[in-house]
Design a protein around this ligand. Structure first.
Ligand code: NAP
Ligand code: G4F
Length: 339
């Protein structure tokens, strides 16, 4: 068993909860950092039965002095920086605050570590959104970046600051370039959870039509519980590095809808093109899905599919959960939650 202290930022988010659970199982003392909020959401920690075991501290990535106080008081062995304004669509509406949190927030952490705790290991949540308008498929560690949103641009700054501090100051600054990973703890604004929550409600009698944006974009979706194992393994290495975590399979939004309705034994039949495309229940003819342009983005990332060979060879990491299993976990959970 480990006798280490980990500081996990973004503890109220999806990955924060899953990672905290894993680290507790490994024997870590886990301190979870959350920004002050009038109504703090600890649902994930409660759901995983670990609310009492994680000490929560107030830490806002916008505030250097706050980050300094927390890090120098706790003196963690490992910092997992999962906090971010993580919703790509919102970053087009809030480009500046997204840049401050997702970009500058990481620079603050790195500089505090470099100056006061140079042996503390730092993990940064980099993202497949860095590949954006992809220049190579599948995408791997050496694929050049082409960010397509203020979110991805901010994450690119953070990513290169990690690499720069690693190379300049010998800081253990490791980046996980994670492809989309989902779970029953995913925020309901993200497309997978929006779909599974809608399908769950549909199965319980709420017959509203599901409104979606771009049905053609394609994502490499895995299960968050599997991906936090990869984060932990990256931090157990002797040297800092960058790793892609992905399943290697890509699926369109349209096909994710098919999987989700299949989980409640409905087959979807698609008709029409572009904004006129609609999904119907193949048996009853009832309309299930429509396209709503309000969910289009100013610039889209059309295709992501990752190559996680390096993570497999160096870390021994592979994803364990198939897309069908993931969809079933999410739909079943949302049916329970809405019942
Ligand atoms: P998430 O559920 O949206 O969680 C984000 C967390 O960041 C929340 O706890 C949020 O707190 C916190 N946060 C936001 N602004 C903050 C601030 N100013 N100061 C302190 N905390 C702040 O995201 P996730 O899916 O767990 O993702 C974890 C990380 O991985 C993020 O950095 C994300 O960008 C990155 N990532 C995610 C994926 C994915 O598919 N999930 C893939 C690649 C990379 P509140 O509860 O107060 O909002
Ligand atoms: O679920 P999304 O909002 O996730 P997105 O943009 O891929 O970002 C997520 O994954 C990234 C890793 O690649 C993370 F870095 C990031 O923090 C976040 O976790 O959208 C997925 C796709 C997009 O192409 C979007 O245009 O789904 C498309 N989409 C179609 N209709 C929709 C909708 N997205 C949302 N959120 N809502 C829709 O109605």
């Amino acid at each position: 068993m480990q006798n280490k202290t980990a500081l996990v930022t973004g503890i109220t988010g999806q990955d924060g909860a899953w990672l905290a659970k894993l680290l507790l199982e490994k024997g870590y003392t886990v301190v979870g950092a959350a920004r002050r909020n009038s109504n703090r959401n600890l649902y994930g920690l409660k759901y995983l039965g670990i609310e009492e075991q994680v000490k929560i501290v107030d830490m806002d990535l916008l505030d250097y002095s706050n980050i300094y106080d927390v890090i120098t008081t706790i003196k963690p062995d490992e910092i997992y920086n999962l906090a971010a304004q993580s919703f790509v669509a919102a970053s087009f509406k809030q480009p500046l605050s997204t840049g401050m949190v997702d970009g500058m927030g990481v620079a603050y952490i790195l500089d505090i570590v470099k100056t006061f705790l140079p042996t503390t290991k730092v993990y940064q949540a980099s993202t497949s959104e860095l590949y954006g308008k992809v220049v190579e498929t599948p995408q791997k560690e050496t694929t050049p970046f082409y960010p397509r949103s203020p979110y991805a641009v901010a994450k690119q700054y953070a990513h290169w600051m990690m690499v720069n501090y690693r190379e300049s100051y010998n800081i253990f600054a490791t980046c996980g370039i994670l492809f989309n990973h989902e779970s029953e703890l995913r925020g309901k604004e993200f497309v997978t959870r929006k779909i599974t929550n809608h399908v769950a409600k549909y199965s319980l009698g709420d017959k509203e039509v599901l409104r979606l944006g771009n049905l053609n974009s394609s994502r490499d979706w895995g299960y968050a519980k599997d991906y936090v194992e990869g984060m932990y393994l990256m931090m157990q290495q002797d040297n800092p590095d960058t790793f892609v975590l992905a399943t290697g399979t890509t699926t369109t939004i349209r096909d994710f809808v098919n999987h989700a309705y299949n989980a409640i034994n409905i087959e979807v039949k698609w008709e029409g093109d572009g904004v006129d495309e609609k999904g119907f229940d193949a048996n009853t003819g009832e309309q299930l899905v429509m396209v709503d342009p309000q969910f289009f983005r100013p610039a889209e990332v059309e295709l992501l599919v990752g190559d996680a060979t390096k993570a497999k060879e160096v870390l021994g990491w592979t994803p364990k959960t198939s897309l069908d299993e993931l969809v079933k976990i999410m739909v079943d959970h949302d049916i329970k939650l809405n019942s």
